[in-house]
Ligand binder design. Structure first.
Ligand code: CA
Ligand code: CA
Ligand code: CA
Length: 158
């Protein structure tokens, strides 16, 4: 193990510890905390609304997260490890997202939340499924479209 990797591992475990203390057990479920706050901003909705009709469709949302995943998956092996997830310091901003959102996404806490099977890798399937659940929670009418009111609404009950 080289020194840099060792350092990263230490930082990662420190971040995990911090997350464990700052969040009550099992509250790190769908879109909790800072991550949800950053996602449910108008600026993010505009970025995800690819056809600009002021609605985010289920298809746009899924496509968006596939694109984000591909951007993060530097070695293109179909899964994200902790190194890819957290990124290189100073280069953490995701091109199609706000800085605030990128920061909240690229935390070990969020990686852990999306790593459904706990193998320390987030596959494309895990990544997309996690976000589809967020979409479904926002889509109160269940018509596969999220309007600005739904987007900005405080997400409660999950
Ligand atoms: Ca749209
Ligand atoms: Ca990878
Ligand atoms: Ca996994």
């Amino acid at each position: 193990m080289n020194t840099q990797l060792k350092k990263m591992t230490i930082i990662a475990s420190m971040m995990l510890t911090a997350a464990a203390f700052s969040a009550p057990a099992f509250s790190a479920d769908i879109g909790s905390g800072g991550y949800a706050r950053e996602l449910h901003k108008m600026e993010m909705m505009k970025m995800i609304d690819a056809n600009g009709d002021h609605m985010v469709s289920s298809e746009e949302f899924t496509k968006y997260y596939e694109t984000i995943f591909d951007e993060l998956d530097k070695d293109h092996d179909g899964s994200l490890d902790a190194k890819e997830w957290v990124g290189v310091k100073g280069e953490q901003k995701v091109s199609l997202a706000t800085g605030g959102y990128s920061r909240e996404l690229r935390t070990m806490k969020m990686m852990k939340a999306m790593d459904t099977d706990g193998d320390h890798l987030v596959t494309k399937d895990e990544f997309v499924k996690y976000h589809q659940a967020i979409f479904e929670a926002m889509d109160k009418k269940g018509n596969k479209q999220v309007n600005p009111q739904e987007w900005l609404a405080k997400q409660v009950g999950h």
